[in-house]
Design a protein. Structure first.
Length: 242
């Protein structure tokens, strides 16, 4: 399992990916997000699914960029190109993988801004190679383990949310997932893209880097619990104590 989160707000894009890889009974760390430069403009690709499929699709995509770099004026063209590479890998490897009991299940989140884009763009790409745009209506997308990280985002995130607050929410969404399951873990790779900057910034964060923030959030939740009105509980608690 994995955790990859893409957020789009008015001021830019956020991408957060854990690095836990599970292969049979073995677990190790590896990057699930990569930054690519096209026409001196940045885009990122995050993936969840079979590692071999990801590596091959990204390699093919990099080769396609080198051959056709000048043809990518819009982000949808880059997203379509990666989808085509995913289809190519499916044609080459799907049958053999499925014979061995593996699902061809790679999902990807692609984000950035190309020269003719009026604003940054974020796309969810499916294993079949087709895509949907994650816009101000959807706001975010999680691929991988999405069971625990959605509530905070659903309650608080909007397209008008400042980029710095979206980044906070993104981390807390990961934190909720990390403390609730064993198949998502540090370190995490974080990418921030500010609108019209045409340059993505990346940082890797380890558990010790973020432990203070996680502890502060836990304390804030406990304190908030104590402030919730208890009038509605009194009859229930009285009955329970008899």
């Amino acid at each position: 399992m994995t955790y990859c989160l893409g957020i789009t707000v008015k001021e830019g894009l956020i991408a957060i990916a854990d690095t836990r890889i599970t292969a049979g009974n073995e677990m190790y760390s590896n990057k699930k997000i990569s930054i690519h430069e096209i026409n001196k403009h940045s885009l990122f690709i995050m993936t969840a699914g079979l590692r071999s499929v990801r590596d091959k699709a990204v390699t093919y995509f990099n080769q396609k960029i080198e051959e056709e770099e000048s043809s990518y004026d819009y982000m949808f063209q880059a997203a379509t190109a990666f989808g085509q590479m995913l289809k190519k890998v499916a044609q080459e490897d799907r049958e053999a993988l499925e014979k061995e009991g593996y699902n061809f299940n790679l999902h990807a989140i692609v984000g950035g801004q190309m020269p003719k884009d009026s604003e940054h763009k974020l796309f969810l790409i499916f294993p079949e190679g087709n895509w949907i745009e994650i816009n101000d209506g959807l706001k975010y997308q999680i691929i991988g383990n999405s069971n625990y990280g959605k509530p905070l985002l659903n309650r608080n995130l909007s397209f008008e949310t400042p980029l710095k607050d979206a980044l906070k929410m993104g981390f807390l969404s990961f934190d909720a997932t990390q403390v609730s399951t064993t198949d998502v873990d540090y370190p995490i790779d974080v990418v921030v893209y500010e609108k019209d900057s045409f340059k993505a910034k990346e940082i890797r964060l380890h558990k010790e880097d973020m432990q203070k923030i996680s502890d502060e959030w836990n304390l804030a939740l406990r304190n908030s619990l104590e402030t919730i009105d208890e009038h509605w509980m009194k009859s229930l608690l009285t009955l329970a104590s008899k």
